[in-house]
Write a new protein. Structure first.
Length: 706
């Protein structure tokens, strides 16, 4: 990991790489010199009314750390990548555009029927109708029909189509349009024609067609993905325009890249047309950073936990590769998006503590956010959050929050804890805070169990990577609960998602359904991959990627006949020979057993190829990691002690005086025993009993648990 330096004599001569991540509570910035020898961070409260203000504040904080104006920083920036939760929030909060839908005649009720009337697909005890994201008056059934082989059964009837479009826009006041016809990915001409007519009549109307947004089988997921793209389109387009305009005014000259959910980036212009691709934008940045740590430290199995102000995200690296999923849920809606596999619960520093009807203490999923924030922020918040509990316990220093830039109020935290929780369960502020800490720890440990044991994986075989501003306060406690033996906390843990965003390459993906049983038609498979290859290369060329910087990967989705969800399998480079195609089943079963467990493959069951996929990467300048020389070891805790603090240890509810070590006093190779606290300007690492902390040669803090 890059070391933060303070020698800025040549700051005006450097070129910079910038990554920014806008979260629910904080906006983070990571800045690196292009050679990777210097790095700086900035952190600011997120500003929901105008997200660009928080973004600029985080950049200004980093520029101040460098010692140059923000205008100089942006003028000398050669790569600017940005992760954001805008799309996720628009969908989760149901505040997107009013959408008009064009679908095949007879399919107007598909959105209502969905996969059933359940919001919880795998829990038959939780029945709930999905939100009506498209008004029934805004659904137009069009006379046309394509069959499952791509043959036209009924040509597109344009009679009355213009009147329907005019009614939607002028009477129903729709702000965006989604077009999704049956089997259109095999014959997209009908969708394209309707789009052309809509744009001819209303050129500024946002339009999405399923044959471009998600051209694969499963009509409901394809329909929902297309609708959500239009639903979020206007808000996101305005956001991109605002952010890009502000950055240009401040001197940014390079292309603005947006982090996608699949682990790569899109240009701002492409992202504005495909906002649904950014649904997991910020968390994907953290997982991308985790792959770098995996390579640097030689850790093939990483359990990644990201705890910020609003949520606790869990993801896995197995054999050094992130797990992915072919069916992503955004808010209450299932989509067909292929995304990095990240699970989240509402447990962050701003997550609110409350007492349910049974008298049980709960934490989250509601969050205080950045405004008004936890009670200790002093911004008018009166409900207690996890951060309030950390302040009362003594884990979080109210005088050193964000390096002292924000002063926290212990008295406000105590008052909120007692009034909202403590008086209902008969506990004082300290015991209430300890209980809240332990409940949150148990919730996060359960989330990890679901992500690991739920997949047949043993969490004890993983190293935990903990990041996010609040993660290091809870990481060791979660690891003890799960029997995990080692935790790694990156040097830039508080802005780790922004760090990962800064490392992103341009990523373009094209895929298409070609459902065939094995043995396959070699010519048909090669024809589809040749078309997808050409489309991806053309996409990268439009992104100004040189041919030498292009790298293509070829994949396919396979499943056993009768299965619901396919498995993604990497392939060799086409064109494929008969022998290559004959090897597809072997590749599928090897991947199946890698993910599902040895012996799970069944030789007697037929295998089907479902989708072909080509993923293209355009290499961008990366901040290289620099391994740092070790310094003198810390022989004893006393030599590294920066201060002492009374801490009410939540595990055994005992008050004790613990050493507080400033991370600048630690050196590579040095170690100390818990209980102790290690403070960085933007995070606090809680080292409980039965835990040793040391700094490695990348200046990560490594916790060894006994």
């Amino acid at each position: 990991m890059e070391k933060k330096r303070t020698d800025n004599s040549a700051a005006h001569e450097l070129q910079y790489i910038v990554g920014v991540d806008i979260g629910g509570t904080f906006t983070d910035a990571f800045v690196s010199s292009a050679d990777g020898r210097h790095s700086w961070t900035g952190k600011s409260l997120t500003t929901p009314a105008d997200l660009s203000r928080g973004l600029v504040s985080a950049l200004e904080a980093a520029a101040q750390d460098i010692g140059i104006p923000i205008t100089d920083l942006l003028a000398r920036t050669v790569k600017f990548a940005h992760g954001t939760t805008v799309v996720t929030n628009v969908i989760a909060e149901l505040r997107g555009a009013k959408v008009g839908l064009f679908t095949t005649q007879g399919c107007g009720s598909l959105l209502t029927i969905a996969r059933s009337a359940r919001a919880y697909e795998f829990d038959f005890l939780k029945h709930a109708p999905l939100p009506a994201i498209v008004d029934s008056r805004c659904i137009v059934e069009v006379s046309e029909r394509i069959d499952c082989k791509g043959q036209v059964l009924a040509t597109l009837n344009e009679e009355g189509l213009r009147d329907s479009i005019r009614r939607l826009v002028e009477e129903e006041k729709v702000e965006a349009v989604a077009i999704c016809f049956l089997w259109s990915f095999l014959h997209p001409q009908h969708e394209r024609r309707v789009r052309d007519i809509v744009k001819e009549m209303y050129p500024d109307l946002f339009v999405s067609i399923s044959s471009e947004i998600h051209p694969v089988m499963r009509e409901y997921e394809r329909l929902m993905t297309t609708i959500l793209n239009s639903y979020a389109g206007n808000v996101f387009a305005k956001y991109v325009e605002r952010v890009e305009g502000v950055l240009r005014e401040l001197g940014l000259k390079t292309t603005l890249l947006m982090m996608s959910s699949s682990g790569g980036s899109l240009s701002a212009q492409e992202a504005a047309q495909r906002p649904i691709a950014l649904a997991y934008s910020g968390p994907a940045g953290g997982l991308l950073g985790a792959t770098t740590v995996s390579k640097d430290l030689g850790l093939s199995k990483l359990l990644n936990t990201d705890m910020g102000g609003t949520s606790f995200d869990v993801s896995l690296l197995v054999d050094g590769k992130p797990l992915t999923r072919n069916k992503a849920k955004i808010g209450p809606f299932w989509t067909g998006l292929s995304v990095l596999d990240i699970e989240a619960i509402g447990s962050g520093g701003g997550s609110l503590a409350w007492v349910d009807g049974r008298g049980m203490v709960q934490v989250g999923p509601q969050s205080a956010g950045s405004t008004p924030g936890p009670a200790c922020y002093g911004n008018g918040g009166v409900k207690p959050a996890l951060s309030d509990a950390a302040v009362v316990l003594g884990i979080l220093d109210p005088e050193y929050f964000l390096g002292g830039k924000i002063k926290l109020s212990r008295s406000s935290a105590e008052q909120a804890l007692v009034q909202e929780v403590g008086q209902h369960i008969g506990l004082d502020a300290r015991d209430t805070a300890a209980g809240i800490f332990n409940v949150a720890t148990a919730n996060m440990a359960n989330a990890v169990r679901h992500a690991t044991i739920g997949r047949g994986l043993d969490p004890r075989e993983f190293t935990m990577l903990s990041y996010g501003g609040c993660g290091p306060m809870f990481a060791a406690s979660i690891a003890h609960e799960l029997g995990i033996r080692q935790v790694v906390i990156p040097e830039v843990s508080a802005v780790f998602s922004a760090y990962g965003v800064a490392r992103t390459d341009i990523r373009r993906e094209r895929y298409r359904t070609l459902r065939q049983p094995i043995p396959l038609s070699v010519s048909a498979v090669n024809a589809v991959f040749a078309e997808l290859d050409a489309e991806v290369r053309a996409d990268l060329q439009r992104d100004n990627v040189a041919v030498a910087d292009m790298k293509l990967h070829f994949e396919a989705d396979f499943q056993y006949a009768g299965q619901v969800s396919p498995f993604n399998v990497p392939l060799s480079v086409p064109p494929f020979s008969d022998a290559d195609v004959g090897d597809f089943r072997v590749r599928f079963e090897a991947e199946y057993e890698r993910l599902m467990g040895e012996g799970t493959a069944v030789a007697s069951v037929p295998v089907e190829l479902i989708n072909c996929r080509v993923v293209g990467y355009g290499h961008t300048v990366q901040p290289p990691t620099v391994e740092l020389d070790g310094h003198s070891s810390i022989a004893t805790t006393d030599r590294a002690r920066s201060a002492e603090r009374r801490v009410y240890l939540p595990a055994n509810k005992q008050e004790t005086i613990v050493p507080v070590i400033n991370v600048t006093d630690m050196r590579s190779g040095g170690s100390l025993q818990g209980p102790a606290l290690i403070e960085r300007e933007d995070t606090t690492i809680f080292v409980p009993a039965r835990t040793a902390a040391r700094m490695d040669s990348y200046h990560n803090i490594v916790l060894d648990l006994s």
